[in-house]
Design a protein around this ligand. Structure first.
Ligand SMILES: *Cc1c(COP(=O)(O)O)cnc(C)c1O
Length: 383
């Protein structure tokens, strides 16, 4: 049976070139970067080269790059770190209702600690308008956290404009760029972004490694304690293997950024076109054009998204649901709900997220089986 992977927003297959780059650090180059002997120095050199390479790629300085265990930890460090650092100054945070749970749940925790959080609603396309951010700023606002590209629908927010507003009002700006880093051009030397989160496994690198960019001069309270690693911001022996993999992932993205995105976007558009031509009552969720190249979130009216996913999986196609399934009860996705998508359409949504390895044959095969599956499920559906 064919196996087709259309779930790159959840995670990506690790590029074999990245595996090759990592292997020496799992074997002979096993040193601890804090040790002073030759093993340690070798690890330290590799660590700092990786940091410089990544910094250079996104227009940052090496000393503004902190390695973390992933996007989730970077989001936590940024939001908790700023909140605790600036709590005396103010206790109001602005974010959006369509953030990743790494941001939302951190903000909910802070609400229990006495912070006030404004959750901005996106428009029907999933966009957070910069004017809405400006209007929400108060005297006591200390942080704005708005994601760059959304992971469920792919809508891209203007971090340029939001950054300008934050800068003018002297409020710190954090962006979760996990879904855009390595895919969209980001030049931190030109943006008013104070903190940015990134992750390795969404860009064909290993899991368990990420980055927090912290602009020079921005102070964060430490959120975990131990050694002096990562200049006291993130203690714990550095995950050298993962960091080497992440740097290699960035190198590959850097060399293929435009061609990859162009190809993925074309396949994504072809998938949508063929679905529209062959299946009635399908609706696109997300922005028609301000959207990540790989993302296609569709509602198939009259069908449960979960049933569609299972049928696709039986035919070898891995996609994912816009809704999170918790112990039998299917809750509609918080992102689609925030966009005002009706519950029944939200429940009938699935997300295809395409990546570098997909082919035109993948698109054609998927449409073929989708036509059959949708017809069969609609015939059975009581809706
Ligand atoms: C995947 C993802 C995260 C979490 O990153 P991990 O490295 O898996 O912890 C955070 N934000 C967004 C938008 C994501 O897509």
């Amino acid at each position: 049976m064919q196996k087709i992977y259309f779930d790159h927003s959840a995670t990506t297959p690790v590029d074999p070139r990245i595996v090759d780059a990592m292997i020496p650090f799992l074997s002979e180059k096993f040193g601890n970067a804090s040790s002073i002997h030759s093993y340690g120095r070798e690890a330290k050199v590799a660590l700092e080269e990786a940091r410089e390479f990544i910094a250079d790629f996104c227009g940052a300085h090496a000393n503004e790059i902190y390695f973390t265990s992933g996007g989730t930890e970077a989001d936590n460090m940024a939001i908790l770190g700023v909140a605790r650092q600036l709590a005396e100054k103010g206790k109001h945070i602005i974010t959006s209702a369509m953030e990743h749970h790494a941001v939302l749940h951190t903000c909910e925790y802070l609400q229990k600690q006495g912070f006030e959080v404004t959750y901005l609603k996106p428009d029907q396309y999933g966009e957070i308008h910069p004017e809405a951010v400006a209007e929400a700023i108060r005297e006591n606002t200390i942080l704005i956290s708005i994601m760059h590209a959304n992971n469920e629908v792919g809508t891209i927010n203007s971090i340029e404009k939001i950054g300008e507003i934050a800068y003018e009002k002297k409020v710190l700006f954090h962006t979760d760029a996990v879904q855009s880093f390595g895919k969209l051009p980001i030049d931190l030397s030109k943006l008013n972004v104070d903190l940015m989160s990134m992750s390795g496994h969404k860009i064909y690198g290993p899991k368990g490694v990420g980055i927090l960019f912290v602009k020079k001069g921005v102070r964060l309270q430490q959120t975990s304690f131990g050694g002096a690693h990562e200049r006291n911001k993130r203690p714990g022996t550095e995950n050298i293997t993962g960091i080497i993999g992440l740097a290699k992932a960035v190198e590959i993205c850097k060399n293929n950024l435009e061609s990859d995105e162009d190809k993925i976007g074309k396949f994504r558009d072809l998938l949508l076109k063929k679905i529209n031509e062959n299946i009635p009552r399908v609706y696109l969720n997300g922005h028609p054009n301000k959207r990540s190249a790989g993302l296609l979130n569709l509602s198939f009216q009259g069908i449960e998204g979960e049933a569609l996913l299972l049928s696709l999986d039986l035919k070898g196609v891995a996609a994912s649901s816009g809704s999170a399934c918790t112990s039998g009860s299917v809750e509609p996705s918080h992102v689609l709900s925030a966009m005002g998508v009706k519950p029944e359409l939200a429940q009938s949504s699935i997300r295809f997220s395409l990546g570098r390895g997909n082919t035109i044959e993948d698109v054609e095969y998927t449409v073929e089986i989708l036509v059959e599956i949708v017809e069969r499920l609609r015939a059975m559906s009581p809706l």
